[in-house]
Design a protein around this ligand. Structure first.
Ligand code: ZN
Ligand code: MG
Length: 509
């Protein structure tokens, strides 16, 4: 192809322009923002979350009080307050929800000081108290437990109610946080994990922004749990910040506030990957696994559920729903005269610890095939009609072959598998084999008679001589040597053995 002089001139002009543009961008333009942010300066930035229901909030009063100290105040909100309010001097707004046409939200660029203090709505400033908290933090170093825990958060109560502080333990692999009994508060400050009631929380800015969820709400619970997961200690100072005098809430506003707080807490637990809060009085708060929610984990591939690959074990809510399903199925089978027995990994768990193996994802029962017609739900499933029983459990024939499944509910597919066996010349056999090593025939004498075993808080029937039954199925030493269902995909060794710590991943704690 020939190039005419006019075309050459045009190409040259374009190239020159590109060069100029590159030069301007590289040397002439202001530098792009650094990833590290500006160097921190001494001082404390107060972080305050703008309340969602503005009628009962004290956002402006609180921010004005701290801004007058003076310290920089960062007002954090999902979206800008509406109707717009003029912010007092020294107060800046950080919107957490990015705008479609805007830049990404980088909260760490909005805090320039070395320390940051979370202040609840309604607190009032006291000159010098934030500095004292900072000095305690900086002189604390190791908080002296000698087990690698470090003082990283200092708290001071807000208001006159005596603060109550508890031990807090995070078990990421078990999706659980546990609260201990209240720790008696000493005069010079007490070391613990989670403080009840409103409080000011101070920490180093770089510690805060090393957390995966630095600005999650509610800030206290979020910080306590993320700190405990890192073995950071909290020290509570006795000196309180005063609380603003406010008229009592109307019943409706009180209800609204409680509802908002509860929803926020549930959302936080989901973000952190917490399924169970074990309270000090022995009660539990559960997040996940109801009859109307889908199963907490997706389809299991290669007998290795997704949570195992994330270094976690079965969510405790799922274990609970599995136990409930197993108990129900066992009661129905016993009531209708179907002979069943604990099978495979379920029997292994019963013999090993009287419960479901803590990383197992289903329950397996063997049944006599000739007994299927004795149970109306099984008979319906066998006839090809899945059925929801009056207690909401869902019975169906498995699409994979000649066996049955009872789900926790139509929506939540946590399930018990029922494997129909029949005797042939003294050997128990069946028609569907899924190729698992433990999926083998066995002598019928193991079922004559069957033997009651403790399992998940109730009694269920198992084969007699369950140990030899298990060694026949899984090989010698199966009871004593725990291993994941498919060691080719993930081995227990990778997680530090049965007592080792998990590494999180599913949630963030
Ligand atoms: Zn669950
Ligand atoms: Mg199983």
């Amino acid at each position: 192809m020939r190039v005419r002089p006019s075309q050459a001139a045009l190409a040259g002009g374009v190239a020159l322009n590109l060069l100029l543009l590159l030069f301007y961008w590289r040397w002439g333009a202001p530098p792009p923002p650094s990833c590290r942010g500006p160097r921190a300066v001494p001082g404390v930035t107060v972080v305050l979350f703008a309340a969602e229901s503005s009628e009962v909030a004290d956002t402006l009063g609180t921010s004005r009080s701290f801004a007058a100290l003076p310290v920089p105040v960062l007002l954090v909100a999902e979206v800008a307050p509406y109707p717009p309010v003029p912010l007092p001097a020294g107060v800046s707004l950080l919107r957490l929800r990015p705008a479609l046409e805007g830049s990404p939200i980088r909260p760490e660029l909005h805090v320039r000081t070395r320390h940051v203090a979370f202040v609840p709505d309604g607190a009032r400033a006291v000159p010098g108290l934030l500095e004292r908290m900072r000095d305690v933090l900086e002189s604390g170093g190791n908080d002296g437990d000698g087990n690698g825990e470090q003082l990283r958060v200092v708290a001071a109560p807000v208001g006159t109610a005596p603060p109550r502080c508890r031990e807090l333990r995070v078990d990421a692999r078990g999706w659980t946080v546990s609260y201990g009994p209240a720790v008696p508060l000493g005069g010079s400050g007490t070391s613990c994990g989670a403080l009840e009631g409103p409080s000011v929380l101070l920490l180093r800015t770089r510690d805060l922004f090393s957390l995966p969820l630095p600005l999650a709400q509610p800030a206290p619970a979020s910080l306590f749990i993320q700190a405990a997961a890192r073995r950071w200690r909290l020290r509570v100072l006795p000196a309180p910040f005063p609380a603003a005098l406010r008229p009592p809430l109307s019943p409706h506003d009180a209800w609204k506030a409680a509802d908002l707080a509860q929803n926020r807490h549930r959302r936080l637990m989901a973000e952190l990957g917490v399924k169970r809060e074990a309270l000090a009085d022995g009660a539990d708060r559960w997040y996940g696994c109801t009859k109307t929610t889908p199963r907490c984990f997706g389809t299991v591939h290669a007998r290795t559920p997704q949570y195992l690959l994330a270094g976690r074990w079965t969510p405790p809510c799922c274990l609970r729903a599995l136990r409930e399903t197993a108990r129900h199925v066992v009661a129905v089978l016993e009531g209708s005269g179907v002979r069943y027995w604990l099978e495979g990994g379920t029997l292994l768990g019963a013999v090993r610890l009287g419960d479901i193996i803590p990383w197992d994802y289903d329950v397996d029962l063997g049944i006599y095939r000739e007994d299927v017609g004795k149970c109306r739900w099984l008979a319906a499933a066998a006839a090809g009609t899945p059925v929801e029983d009056p207690e909401g459990f869902y019975w169906e024939k498995a699409p994979e072959g000649e066996f049955y499944r009872v789900h926790f509910s139509r929506a939540n597919r946590l399930h018990v598998d029922l494997w129909p066996f029949y005797a042939r010349g003294g050997t128990m056999t069946k028609d569907t084999w899924l190729g698992h090593p433990q999926d083998v025939e066995f002598p019928e004498r193991f079922l004559r008679p069957r033997e009651p075993l403790r399992f998940g808080g109730f009694t269920a029937m198992g084969p007699n001589s369950p140990r030899s039954f298990l060694e026949l199925k899984f090989g010698a030493g199966a009871v004593e040597n725990p291993e994941y269902p498919n060691p080719a995909v993930r081995r227990m060794r990778e997680d530090g053995g049965p007592l080792g710590g998990g590494m999180g991943g599913e949630g963030v704690i």
